[in-house]
Design a protein around this ligand. Sequence first.
Ligand code: GLP
Length: 248
Amino acid sequence: MKVIVCKDYNEVAEKSAALIIKEMIINDSLKIGLATGSSPIGLYKNLIAAYNSNLISFRNVITFNLDEYVGIDRKHPQSYYSFMYENLFKHIDIKEKNINIPNNDLSRMDELAAEYEGKLLGNQRDIQVLGIGKNGHIGFNEPGTALSSETFIIELDEQTRIDNSRFFRSLDEVPKYAITMGIKNIMYAKKIIMIATGKAKAKIINEAINGEIREEVPASILQLHPDLIVVLDEEAASEIENLDIINL
Ligand code: GLP
C-alpha cells in the first residue's frame, strides 16, 4: 500500500488524476472502474482538463461504475447515471457503448446483479477509483457484507442514507436500496486508487488502513490488495497511526 498525503482537496484531485493520466498515456484502451460521491468530482475535473488539452482521449476507454441507486429512475438528477454524465461523460469523447453503469430497472430486478456480474468478469479493471463511506463502505458494500461478495442488491444503512440525504430534498427521498459491485469485484482490479478528504473520514481511514481486516469495515480488505494507492488530504490522514511505516 502507498499513502499519498496532500495539502487539500484540490491537490488530492490533481495527484489522483495524474496517476490515471499517466496510465492512459501508456495504454489508451484502459478499463477503468469509476466511483461517485463528492470525493472524485475534482479528479474528474482534472481528467476533463487533460482531455481538453489533448493529453488523453477516452475513445477506446471502457468504464464500469461501482454502483447505482435502486428505486429512482436513471434520469433522476441524483442517480449515479446522471452524476456520471454531468461530472464526466458529457465532457469527454467516451463512446456510449463503452460506458457501464449497473442497470436499476425495477421491472427486471431479478436479472440485474447477474447481468452486471457477467460484464465485470470478462473485463478486469486496470484501475479502480474508490471513495469510502464514513462507515467504511466501498461502493455500496455496507458493514457486514461478506468480503467475498459479488454484484448484489443491498439495503442501504441508515447512516449512508443520512449522509447522502444532502443531495436530496429530504431523507424520505433517499433510496433504500442500491445495486453494487461486490468486494470481490473491487479487489479483482489490477490497481486501486482510493481517495478521501476531510476530518469526517479521518477515523475510518485509520481503521481501514491499520485496523483488523473484518466485515464491519469493508474497506479494511483493501490492505490485502497488491497495488493500492490511497490519496488523502491532511485532514483525512490526521489519525493514521503509523504512516512512516506504511510508506516504507
Ligand atoms: C457513496 C457512494 C460511495 C462513495 C461514498 C462516499 O454513498 N456509494 O461509492 O465512496 O458514498 O461519498 P463522498 O465521497 O461523497 O464522501
